[in-house]
Design a binder for this molecule. Structure first.
Ligand code: GLN
Length: 202
């Protein structure tokens, strides 16, 4: 049986777009940059890369992408937010009123690991990914301070959720695109394949 072919878009307003495109291709799916509504309409899933969440939030508004991205998961098209992407997906951002997509039932804390800890790497056991653990790179990373019970916690650092899933949404506080390990991208690609099979079976 052949795999469901999917096209994954990488939001290309700011951040490590190229690394995500390469990671998706290495994991066996097609990847394209997305900057417009028209390009968004062509893809089956969307990755929101790391960067600076206040900047990306403003750019989403300016490019007319905020509403279509917000509506995307309701069309059974998954979104994967990494770092800044996790912040923008959250309904609540502690102490901030910055523009956001705001579709995931979580509260995030920006720069949560402290100012001193600019970045760090660690081996992260992930629910649903067999050993060895995922090498996770954290850069001025957020973490989740509270989540609705519907949100599945797939990985934690010191008890704080850093990889979570809620329906068609996946969010990582770390940067899976910065290592050669494509298993987290593959997890997302599988969500996109499953959602597409659901759409086309209707
Ligand atoms: N601290 C950044 C923010 O608030 C996120 C950092 C990152 O994406 N690597 O957007």
């Amino acid at each position: 049986m052949s795999e469901t072919a999917v096209v994954i878009g990488v939001l290309a307003l700011q951040g490590d777009v190229r690394e995500h495109l390469a990671a998706v291709r290495a994991a066996g799916a097609e990847a394209v940059p997305v900057k417009t509504r028209e390009e968004l309409a062509q893809v089956d899933g969307l990755i929101i890369p790391g960067g600076e969440s206040t900047t990306v939030g403003k750019l989403l508004d300016r490019f007319g992408l905020m509403e279509p991205v917000r509506a995307f998961p309701a069309e059974d098209k998954p979104i994967f937010g990494t770092c800044t992407g996790m912040i923008l997906l959250a309904k609540e951002i502690e102490g901030s009123v910055q523009p956001r997509i705001g579709v995931m039932d979580v509260t995030v804390r920006r720069n949560a690991f402290g100012r001193q800890v600019d970045s760090f790497e660690q081996d992260l056991p992930v629910e649903g990914i067999p050993d060895p653990p995922v090498r996770a790179v954290f850069i001025r990373a957020p973490y989740i301070v509270s989540a609705d019970p519907r949100v599945e916690v797939l990985a934690t650092v010191h008890g704080h959720p850093v990889l979570v899933r809620e329906g068609h949404l996946l969010a990582a506080a770390f940067h899976p695109e910065l290592t050669d390990d494509t298993r987290v991208h593959l997890l997302f690609i599988e969500m996109v394949r499953e959602a597409k099979r659901g759409r086309t079976a209707e």
